[in-house]
Write a protein that binds this ligand. Structure first.
Ligand code: HEM
Length: 472
């Protein structure tokens, strides 16, 4: 079936497996190299699935702007299908009225400027708790894992937004278990799984991916189940409401929208917010700090801006951020070089579509290699250098309209968490830089700091960033 007419060019594959063996452990890099030979829209055959890969701003724009509707749905990897009620997730459900309703509720109840402003105190509190923890570690000269702390802080922020309570204890002891669970889900979702490319093999789960990841889903569902049941009991015994996102969802459950909202089918939506929000934001904060430790002169410039704007005694507040253009530029530059979702989430063509003169056939999958676009010298000067200055005085933004820079995607499935992620990551990075000097552990220098990536559905730092906070 793959001799289809007018398909984008691509590498010749082997019989049956096609190009699967060529992807390697870092598919985003392999696809970037292949695009130099086959062009900005190319076609690969992965088992029985044809995948088109877009690697330029122009092809991404054609997909997102001209053909947004055709590419509104996603293929569901087997590892994601391992969770109960997968059709009720936000990230993987088809773009049907039920998905739209859930997305609208999330947007209006969590992500509007008004709602975010209302919960500003929560973000300040969570970041303050993080700073207090770091102060204690600083007094002991302890080494901390920056990514894990940022991840746990984000997890607690999402948890407070949904459940009005922390998931991770104040000393961050239980952060490890959640990180492990979330990362296992991310890693399995990003793994090349034969069941996804040979539907006939699905029921055998040859690599055991589905069985492996099901354990993580079951544990997270169990945790959420306990929290939801407790809230249902509280609601029965008292009319008082917490006013958090769980109350909003339970109100929907009780308002006769029974088919769309039940206690069971709201769990995948809640899980999505935790999974999509915590690892991406934690990882971006970790990469930002890794770049600052690798480039001490940029760290100094950032600190200088913070001291000029805030002084030395005050804490960083969200209301300071508009006056911190260099810190904002650091976050943007980090998302360019280290976008947490390098290939965005996959799309599936709803009908035959022409892109750059080639045909993407109905049922073909589409990936956008935004990692590659963000590092392409055609669109960025000295693309491999970490230079936040490139964003100063530039209008390029990550809101999905500048196709050379798409860390949050674009179109109707653009990341709904963008405004929250932006506020929280900026606040965490600013606080790290403002409240502490940072030292690398013995034997590590800025020159030897390991910046290798590990591919999952999100891209994380292979070796966790370890550093020693020093109080200022
Ligand atoms: C640095 C932080 C983040 C990055 C870089 C990021 C990036 C992305 C990307 C690239 C997508 C896919 C977009 C597409 O396919 O076009 C996505 C989807 C999504 N993100 Fe984020 N995200 C981040 C933080 C968050 C946060 C904080 C939340 C919520 C708490 C969140 C919730 C979601 C959800 C629910 C989806 C699925 C949307 C859909 O398919 O309709 N993300 N994100």
């Amino acid at each position: 079936r793959h001799g289809r007419k007018n398909q984008p060019p691509g590498p010749t594959g082997l019989p049956i497996i096609g190009n699967l063996h060529q992807l390697g452990p870092q598919p985003h890099c392999t696809l970037s190299t292949m695009a130099q030979t086959y062009g900005p829209i190319m076609s690969l055959r992965l088992g029985s699935v044809t995948v088109a890969v877009a690697s330029s701003p122009a092809t991404a724009q054609e997909i997102f702007q001209k053909n947004d509707q055709a590419f509104a749905d996603r293929p569901i990897p087997e590892s994601v299908a391992a969770q109960p009620n997968v059709a009720d997730t936000l990230a993987w459900a088809p773009a049907n009225p039920r998905w739209r309703n859930r997305r609208r509720i999330c947007s209006t109840q969590i992500f509007t400027t008004q709602r975010l402003d209302l919960l500003q105190h929560l973000r300040h509190r969570k970041v303050q708790e993080l700073a207090e923890h770091l102060q204690k570690q600083a007094s002991k000269k302890s080494v901390v894992e920056i990514g894990e702390l940022a991840f746990a802080t984000m997890l607690n922020l999402v948890s407070n937004t949904v459940f009005s309570e922390d998931l991770v204890d104040p000393e961050f002891q239980s952060a490890g278990e959640f990180k492990e669970l979330v990362w296992r889900i991310m890693e399995d979702a990003g793994r090349v799984n034969l069941s996804d490319y040979f539907p006939v093999l699905k029921r055998f789960d040859l690599q055991g991916v589905k069985r492996h990841v099901a354990v993580s889903y079951a544990r997270l569902h169990e945790i959420f189940d306990g929290m939801i049941r407790k809230r249902l009991r509280d609601r029965e015994s008292s009319p008082a409401r917490n006013g958090d996102f769980l109350d909003v969802l339970l109100d929907h459950c009780q308002q006769g929208e029974a088919a769309d909202f039940t206690v069971d089918n709201i769990k995948p939506l809640i899980l999505d917010l935790f999974i999509a929000g915590s690892d991406t934001s934690g990882s971006t904060t970790e990469w930002a700090m890794a770049e600052l430790l690798k480039n001490p002169e940029i760290m100094q410039k950032a600190r200088k801006e913070l001291i000029q704007v805030i002084g030395t005694s005050n804490e960083v507040k969200e209301s300071d951020i508009p006056r911190l253009p260099f810190i904002q530029a650091i976050v943007k530059e980090t998302l360019r070089l280290h976008p947490p979702v390098p290939l965005l989430l996959p799309y599936v063509a709803g009908h035959d579509v022409k892109v750059s003169g080639y045909t993407i056939h109905k049922g073909n999958q589409v990936l956008i290699n935004q990692w590659s676009i963000g590092r392409n010298p055609q669109f960025w000067d000295d693309p491999l250098l970490f230079q936040p200055e490139r964003f100063l005085g530039s209008n390029i933004d990550f809101k999905g309209r500048d196709f050379e820079y798409l860390p949050f995607g674009s179109g109707r499935r653009i990341c709904p968490g963008l405004p929250l992620a932006n506020r929280m990551i900026t606040l965490m990075v600013a606080t790290f830089v403002h409240s502490f000097e940072w030292e690398l552990p013995q034997g590590v220098t800025p020159q030897t700091l390991d910046m290798s990536e590990q591919y999952g559905i999100t891209l994380k730092k292979l070796s966790p960033l370890c550093a020693i906070p020093v109080s200022v």
